[in-house]
Design a protein around this ligand. Structure first.
Ligand code: TYD
Length: 211
């Protein structure tokens, strides 16, 4: 089924909210319905910057300047090589994290200046048609994060996750540009998937009518 335009949908939230499972279930259902759907994840595994980010999970956080630059460089590659070509082919693009993650995760390190980070990203990268924020209490998401790791991931500390969540919720209230859907991520996964599936189908339908 070919759409008249590509649709960019970003999934956001703190670590351990179930984004990846939700996206893969939606990818399957929408594909079974005949839509042309792709999903991409940030940070990618494809760029030098993405590798530096992954190393920093365990080796310790880089400076804010370096970290910000790496996420932007990685996204630049992803947008140019994968996101824009898929949108040009009129696909539905489901993003497992996008620039709202930078606004929140790096924003916490910049006196909560999420709006400055959004501004910089919006100069370079396409705005999602819809941003779905999965919200979970960090104490619950922490329990879900696999604990059998050799070393802990420095991005996942509880206080940091609390601050990141606070910024996601603030952005939904105050960012005048984004179109957001706040989802309670504490209900069973199947309920989240069922309800998002219906809402996304409705969203696609409305987009097609307004084209
Ligand atoms: P995550 O989705 O958890 O990837 P993986 O499962 O491969 O580890 O993302 C990795 C971490 O990177 C996560 O803690 C959020 C963080 N992050 C940022 O700090 N800024 C960003 O711009 C993005 C995209 C992610």
């Amino acid at each position: 089924m070919l759409l008249s335009n590509g649709i960019l949908i970003a999934f956001e939230g703190i670590d351990g909210t179930g984004k990846t499972s939700i996206i893969s279930a939606l990818l399957k259902r929408l594909t079974d319905d005949g839509f042309s759907v792709v999903t991409f994840k940030e940070p990618t595994n494809e760029t030098e910057a993405g590798k530096k980010i992954r190393n920093s999970y365990f080796d310790g956080r880089a400076s804010l300047e370096e970290e910000l630059q790496w996420f932007i460089d990685d996204r630049e590659w992803n947008v140019k090589e994968r996101i824009l070509p898929s949108l040009a082919e009129k696909k539905i693009v489901l993003m497992d994290r996008y620039f709202f993650s930078t606004a929140c995760y790096q924003g916490v390190r910049m006196n909560d200046d999420w709006s400055g980070i959004l501004k910089t990203n919006r100069l370079k990268f396409p705005e999602p048609d819809l941003t779905i924020i999965i919200d979970v209490d960090p104490r619950i998401s922490q329990q879900r994060i696999v604990k059998d790791r050799q070393k802990s991931n420095t991005f996942e500390e509880l206080d940091y996750q609390r601050s990141v969540r606070r910024l996601f919720l603030e952005i939904i209230k105050k960012d005048p540009i984004g179109i957001f859907l706040l989802i309670d991520g504490e209900v069973p996964l199947i309920e989240i998937i069922d309800s998002l599936y219906l809402r996304i189908k409705q969203f696609i339908k409305e987009k097609e009518i307004e084209k």
